[in-house]
Design a protein around this ligand. Structure first.
Ligand code: NAP
Length: 296
Protein backbone atom coordinates (compact mmCIF):
# COMPACT_ATOMS: atom_id res chain seq x y z
CA UNK A 1 0.00 0.00 0.00
CA UNK A 2 1.24 3.50 -0.78
CA UNK A 3 -0.11 6.33 1.31
CA UNK A 4 -1.78 9.45 -0.04
CA UNK A 5 0.62 12.34 0.47
CA UNK A 6 -1.12 15.22 2.25
CA UNK A 7 -0.24 18.45 0.47
CA UNK A 8 0.02 20.97 3.31
CA UNK A 9 1.52 23.55 0.99
CA UNK A 10 -1.55 23.55 -1.27
CA UNK A 11 -3.95 23.52 1.72
CA UNK A 12 -2.08 26.45 3.28
CA UNK A 13 -2.22 28.39 -0.01
CA UNK A 14 -6.02 27.93 -0.14
CA UNK A 15 -6.34 29.03 3.47
CA UNK A 16 -4.23 32.11 2.81
CA UNK A 17 -6.41 33.01 -0.20
CA UNK A 18 -9.57 32.69 1.94
CA UNK A 19 -8.00 34.90 4.63
CA UNK A 20 -7.11 37.47 1.94
CA UNK A 21 -10.79 37.57 0.82
CA UNK A 22 -11.89 38.19 4.40
CA UNK A 23 -9.13 40.78 4.86
CA UNK A 24 -10.53 42.74 1.87
CA UNK A 25 -14.04 42.51 3.32
CA UNK A 26 -12.73 43.69 6.69
CA UNK A 27 -11.02 46.73 5.20
CA UNK A 28 -14.20 47.69 3.30
CA UNK A 29 -16.29 47.55 6.46
CA UNK A 30 -13.84 48.85 9.05
CA UNK A 31 -12.08 51.50 6.96
CA UNK A 32 -8.74 50.11 8.13
CA UNK A 33 -6.69 46.98 7.56
CA UNK A 34 -6.68 44.14 10.05
CA UNK A 35 -3.29 44.37 11.79
CA UNK A 36 -0.77 42.10 13.46
CA UNK A 37 1.91 43.58 15.72
CA UNK A 38 5.10 41.54 15.98
CA UNK A 39 7.61 42.22 18.74
CA UNK A 40 11.13 40.91 18.37
CA UNK A 41 13.76 41.17 21.10
CA UNK A 42 17.45 40.62 20.35
CA UNK A 43 19.45 39.39 17.36
CA UNK A 44 18.68 35.66 17.12
CA UNK A 45 19.08 35.04 13.36
CA UNK A 46 16.40 32.28 13.26
CA UNK A 47 13.90 34.59 15.00
CA UNK A 48 14.62 37.32 12.46
CA UNK A 49 13.93 34.88 9.61
CA UNK A 50 10.64 33.72 11.22
CA UNK A 51 9.47 37.29 11.79
CA UNK A 52 10.35 38.28 8.22
CA UNK A 53 8.34 35.39 6.77
CA UNK A 54 5.34 36.11 9.03
CA UNK A 55 5.42 39.81 8.06
CA UNK A 56 5.63 38.95 4.37
CA UNK A 57 2.65 36.58 4.62
CA UNK A 58 0.56 39.15 6.54
CA UNK A 59 1.22 41.81 3.88
CA UNK A 60 0.47 39.34 1.05
CA UNK A 61 -2.89 38.60 2.67
CA UNK A 62 -3.77 42.31 2.57
CA UNK A 63 -3.35 42.92 6.28
CA UNK A 64 -1.05 45.38 8.04
CA UNK A 65 2.04 44.35 9.94
CA UNK A 66 3.65 46.53 12.60
CA UNK A 67 7.08 45.42 13.76
CA UNK A 68 8.78 46.48 16.97
CA UNK A 69 12.41 45.56 17.55
CA UNK A 70 14.00 45.84 20.98
CA UNK A 71 17.71 45.32 21.69
CA UNK A 72 18.85 42.07 23.35
CA UNK A 73 19.62 43.94 26.59
CA UNK A 74 16.22 45.70 26.79
CA UNK A 75 14.61 45.32 30.21
CA UNK A 76 11.58 43.09 30.71
CA UNK A 77 9.65 46.20 31.83
CA UNK A 78 10.37 47.85 28.51
CA UNK A 79 8.96 44.83 26.67
CA UNK A 80 5.91 44.66 28.96
CA UNK A 81 5.26 48.39 28.39
CA UNK A 82 5.34 47.77 24.64
CA UNK A 83 2.91 44.85 24.94
CA UNK A 84 0.53 46.91 27.13
CA UNK A 85 0.59 49.77 24.61
CA UNK A 86 -0.33 47.30 21.86
CA UNK A 87 -3.12 45.83 24.03
CA UNK A 88 -4.59 49.35 24.27
CA UNK A 89 -4.17 50.21 20.58
CA UNK A 90 -7.61 49.88 18.91
CA UNK A 91 -6.03 49.39 15.45
CA UNK A 92 -4.04 46.30 16.50
CA UNK A 93 -5.91 42.98 16.24
CA UNK A 94 -3.16 40.50 17.05
CA UNK A 95 0.05 40.63 19.08
CA UNK A 96 2.88 38.19 18.71
CA UNK A 97 6.06 38.27 20.76
CA UNK A 98 8.60 36.15 18.92
CA UNK A 99 9.96 33.45 21.22
CA UNK A 100 12.38 32.72 22.75
CA UNK A 101 12.90 36.03 24.56
CA UNK A 102 16.39 36.66 26.04
CA UNK A 103 17.26 34.70 29.19
CA UNK A 104 16.91 37.66 31.58
CA UNK A 105 13.19 37.90 30.73
CA UNK A 106 10.46 35.72 32.18
CA UNK A 107 8.67 34.17 29.20
CA UNK A 108 5.55 33.32 31.23
CA UNK A 109 5.17 36.93 32.38
CA UNK A 110 5.60 38.18 28.83
CA UNK A 111 2.97 35.80 27.42
CA UNK A 112 0.61 36.61 30.30
CA UNK A 113 0.86 40.32 29.47
CA UNK A 114 -0.67 39.85 25.99
CA UNK A 115 -4.41 40.46 26.20
CA UNK A 116 -6.19 37.13 25.51
CA UNK A 117 -8.37 38.79 22.84
CA UNK A 118 -5.23 39.66 20.84
CA UNK A 119 -3.20 36.53 21.65
CA UNK A 120 -3.15 35.09 18.13
CA UNK A 121 -0.42 32.58 19.10
CA UNK A 122 -2.82 31.07 21.66
CA UNK A 123 -0.08 30.76 24.31
CA UNK A 124 -1.71 32.92 27.03
CA UNK A 125 -2.88 30.76 29.91
CA UNK A 126 -6.46 32.09 29.49
CA UNK A 127 -6.59 30.75 25.93
CA UNK A 128 -4.95 27.48 27.01
CA UNK A 129 -7.68 27.13 29.65
CA UNK A 130 -10.42 27.95 27.16
CA UNK A 131 -9.17 25.22 24.83
CA UNK A 132 -9.12 22.66 27.63
CA UNK A 133 -12.61 23.46 28.93
CA UNK A 134 -14.08 23.78 25.42
CA UNK A 135 -14.66 27.55 25.18
CA UNK A 136 -13.84 29.74 22.18
CA UNK A 137 -10.36 31.24 22.26
CA UNK A 138 -7.18 31.28 20.22
CA UNK A 139 -5.51 27.93 19.60
CA UNK A 140 -1.75 27.64 18.84
CA UNK A 141 -1.13 27.77 15.09
CA UNK A 142 0.77 24.52 14.46
CA UNK A 143 -1.66 22.11 16.16
CA UNK A 144 -4.68 23.92 14.71
CA UNK A 145 -3.07 23.53 11.28
CA UNK A 146 -2.60 19.79 11.95
CA UNK A 147 -6.27 19.50 12.93
CA UNK A 148 -7.36 21.24 9.73
CA UNK A 149 -5.35 18.74 7.66
CA UNK A 150 -6.81 15.82 9.63
CA UNK A 151 -10.41 16.99 9.21
CA UNK A 152 -9.80 17.60 5.52
CA UNK A 153 -8.62 13.98 5.16
CA UNK A 154 -10.97 12.20 7.52
CA UNK A 155 -14.04 14.40 8.05
CA UNK A 156 -15.28 13.43 11.51
CA UNK A 157 -12.61 12.25 13.98
CA UNK A 158 -15.21 10.94 16.41
CA UNK A 159 -14.24 7.71 18.14
CA UNK A 160 -10.89 7.39 16.33
CA UNK A 161 -7.81 6.34 18.32
CA UNK A 162 -5.32 9.22 18.22
CA UNK A 163 -1.75 9.09 19.53
CA UNK A 164 0.17 12.35 19.90
CA UNK A 165 3.90 11.87 20.49
CA UNK A 166 5.42 14.85 22.32
CA UNK A 167 3.82 16.99 25.03
CA UNK A 168 5.22 20.48 24.48
CA UNK A 169 3.03 23.47 25.30
CA UNK A 170 3.15 24.73 21.72
CA UNK A 171 2.38 21.48 19.86
CA UNK A 172 1.70 18.23 21.74
CA UNK A 173 -0.55 19.38 24.59
CA UNK A 174 -2.82 21.66 22.53
CA UNK A 175 -2.94 18.97 19.80
CA UNK A 176 -4.19 16.42 22.33
CA UNK A 177 -6.79 18.91 23.62
CA UNK A 178 -8.00 19.63 20.08
CA UNK A 179 -8.32 15.92 19.24
CA UNK A 180 -10.21 15.40 22.51
CA UNK A 181 -12.54 18.27 21.53
CA UNK A 182 -13.19 16.39 18.26
CA UNK A 183 -14.19 13.30 20.25
CA UNK A 184 -11.16 11.21 19.29
CA UNK A 185 -9.81 8.87 21.98
CA UNK A 186 -6.47 10.47 22.74
CA UNK A 187 -3.19 9.13 24.10
CA UNK A 188 -0.46 11.69 24.78
CA UNK A 189 2.90 9.91 24.59
CA UNK A 190 6.28 11.31 25.66
CA UNK A 191 9.84 10.33 26.53
CA UNK A 192 8.74 8.17 29.50
CA UNK A 193 6.04 6.28 27.59
CA UNK A 194 6.53 2.52 27.84
CA UNK A 195 6.44 0.53 24.60
CA UNK A 196 5.98 3.55 22.32
CA UNK A 197 5.82 1.35 19.17
CA UNK A 198 2.98 -0.67 20.75
CA UNK A 199 1.09 2.51 21.72
CA UNK A 200 1.48 4.00 18.22
CA UNK A 201 0.32 0.74 16.60
CA UNK A 202 -3.17 1.29 18.12
CA UNK A 203 -3.58 4.64 16.42
CA UNK A 204 -5.88 5.59 13.56
CA UNK A 205 -4.26 9.05 13.82
CA UNK A 206 -0.59 9.60 14.67
CA UNK A 207 0.75 13.11 15.31
CA UNK A 208 4.53 13.12 15.82
CA UNK A 209 6.00 16.24 17.49
CA UNK A 210 9.21 14.96 19.02
CA UNK A 211 12.15 16.69 17.32
CA UNK A 212 14.06 13.41 16.71
CA UNK A 213 14.83 12.55 13.08
CA UNK A 214 12.76 9.59 11.79
CA UNK A 215 12.17 8.15 15.25
CA UNK A 216 8.76 6.78 14.22
CA UNK A 217 9.27 3.66 12.08
CA UNK A 218 6.99 2.16 9.46
CA UNK A 219 6.56 -0.98 11.59
CA UNK A 220 4.91 1.20 14.31
CA UNK A 221 2.12 2.39 11.99
CA UNK A 222 -1.25 0.65 11.77
CA UNK A 223 -2.28 -0.11 8.21
CA UNK A 224 -4.34 2.78 6.79
CA UNK A 225 -3.56 5.22 9.63
CA UNK A 226 -3.31 8.96 9.00
CA UNK A 227 0.13 10.27 9.97
CA UNK A 228 0.88 13.94 10.68
CA UNK A 229 4.58 14.67 11.00
CA UNK A 230 5.30 17.94 12.81
CA UNK A 231 9.04 17.35 13.19
CA UNK A 232 11.57 19.50 11.38
CA UNK A 233 15.07 18.06 11.71
CA UNK A 234 18.15 19.02 9.75
CA UNK A 235 20.39 16.03 9.01
CA UNK A 236 23.48 15.43 6.90
CA UNK A 237 22.61 14.81 3.24
CA UNK A 238 24.62 14.06 0.14
CA UNK A 239 27.69 16.03 -1.00
CA UNK A 240 28.19 17.65 2.40
CA UNK A 241 24.78 19.32 2.23
CA UNK A 242 22.03 19.11 4.83
CA UNK A 243 18.41 18.10 4.28
CA UNK A 244 15.19 18.29 6.27
CA UNK A 245 13.50 15.19 7.61
CA UNK A 246 10.55 14.74 9.93
CA UNK A 247 10.06 12.68 13.08
CA UNK A 248 8.59 9.87 10.96
CA UNK A 249 10.53 7.61 8.60
CA UNK A 250 8.57 8.75 5.55
CA UNK A 251 9.77 6.03 3.14
CA UNK A 252 8.77 3.24 5.53
CA UNK A 253 5.58 4.80 6.90
CA UNK A 254 4.19 5.70 3.48
CA UNK A 255 4.17 1.98 2.63
CA UNK A 256 1.72 1.33 5.49
CA UNK A 257 -0.21 4.54 6.24
CA UNK A 258 -3.40 5.63 4.51
CA UNK A 259 -2.25 9.23 4.33
CA UNK A 260 0.88 11.05 5.50
CA UNK A 261 2.32 14.57 5.53
CA UNK A 262 5.75 15.02 3.92
CA UNK A 263 8.60 17.08 5.40
CA UNK A 264 8.98 19.69 4.04
CA UNK A 265 5.62 20.66 2.51
CA UNK A 266 3.27 19.13 5.09
CA UNK A 267 2.63 20.76 8.45
CA UNK A 268 5.31 23.47 8.03
CA UNK A 269 3.38 25.78 5.67
CA UNK A 270 0.24 25.50 7.82
CA UNK A 271 1.68 27.36 10.81
CA UNK A 272 1.91 30.79 9.16
CA UNK A 273 -1.38 30.26 7.29
CA UNK A 274 -3.13 29.64 10.64
CA UNK A 275 -1.47 32.73 12.13
CA UNK A 276 -3.10 34.74 9.33
CA UNK A 277 -6.38 32.96 10.04
CA UNK A 278 -6.20 33.76 13.76
CA UNK A 279 -5.40 37.41 13.01
CA UNK A 280 -8.37 37.95 10.69
CA UNK A 281 -10.68 36.07 13.07
CA UNK A 282 -9.48 38.38 15.86
CA UNK A 283 -10.17 41.44 13.70
CA UNK A 284 -13.74 40.31 12.90
CA UNK A 285 -14.37 39.45 16.55
CA UNK A 286 -13.07 42.75 17.86
CA UNK A 287 -15.22 44.79 15.43
CA UNK A 288 -18.25 42.48 16.06
CA UNK A 289 -18.59 41.82 12.31
CA UNK A 290 -19.73 38.22 12.76
CA UNK A 291 -17.15 35.48 12.44
CA UNK A 292 -15.78 34.45 9.04
CA UNK A 293 -17.58 31.10 8.71
CA UNK A 294 -15.17 29.42 6.26
CA UNK A 295 -12.37 29.92 8.76
CA UNK A 296 -13.87 28.28 11.83
P1 NAP B 1 9.93 19.93 22.40
O1 NAP B 1 9.41 21.10 23.17
O2 NAP B 1 11.38 19.63 22.39
O3 NAP B 1 9.13 18.64 22.88
C1 NAP B 1 9.48 17.38 22.44
C2 NAP B 1 8.58 16.35 23.06
O4 NAP B 1 8.97 15.07 22.56
C3 NAP B 1 8.66 16.27 24.59
O5 NAP B 1 7.37 16.20 25.13
C4 NAP B 1 9.45 14.99 24.85
O6 NAP B 1 9.03 14.28 25.99
C5 NAP B 1 9.10 14.16 23.63
N1 NAP B 1 10.16 13.18 23.35
C6 NAP B 1 11.48 13.39 23.27
N2 NAP B 1 12.14 12.24 23.01
C7 NAP B 1 11.18 11.29 22.93
C8 NAP B 1 11.23 9.91 22.70
N3 NAP B 1 12.40 9.26 22.48
N4 NAP B 1 10.07 9.22 22.70
C9 NAP B 1 8.90 9.84 22.93
N5 NAP B 1 8.79 11.17 23.13
C10 NAP B 1 9.93 11.89 23.15
O7 NAP B 1 9.52 20.04 20.85
P2 NAP B 1 8.36 20.87 20.09
O8 NAP B 1 8.60 22.33 20.23
O9 NAP B 1 7.01 20.30 20.42
O10 NAP B 1 8.73 20.47 18.58
C11 NAP B 1 8.72 19.14 18.14
C12 NAP B 1 9.15 19.10 16.69
O11 NAP B 1 8.22 19.83 15.91
C13 NAP B 1 10.51 19.75 16.42
O12 NAP B 1 11.17 19.04 15.37
C14 NAP B 1 10.15 21.14 15.94
O13 NAP B 1 11.15 21.70 15.09
C15 NAP B 1 8.89 20.85 15.18
N6 NAP B 1 7.97 22.00 15.08
C16 NAP B 1 7.50 22.32 13.85
C17 NAP B 1 6.62 23.37 13.69
C18 NAP B 1 6.09 23.69 12.33
O14 NAP B 1 6.00 22.85 11.50
N7 NAP B 1 5.70 24.88 12.02
C19 NAP B 1 6.21 24.13 14.80
C20 NAP B 1 6.69 23.74 16.07
C21 NAP B 1 7.56 22.68 16.20
P3 NAP B 1 9.22 14.82 27.51
O15 NAP B 1 8.13 15.83 27.69
O16 NAP B 1 9.03 13.60 28.35
O17 NAP B 1 10.60 15.41 27.57
Amino acid sequence: MTARVIDGKAFAARLRATVADYARGFEDKAGRKAALAVVLVGDDPASHVYVASKTKAILEAGMASVEFKLPADASEDKLLDRVRALNADPDVDGILVQLPVPGHMNENRVIAAIHPSKDVDGFNIINVGRLVVGQHGFVPCTPLGCLMLLKDQLGSLEGLEAVVIGRSNIVGKPMAALLNRENATVTLAHSRTRDLPGVVRRADIVVAAVGKPEIVKGSWIKSGATVIDVGINRVAGENGKTRLVGDVDFAEASEVAGAITPVPGGVGPMTIAVLLRNTIVSAYRRESFGLPKDLL
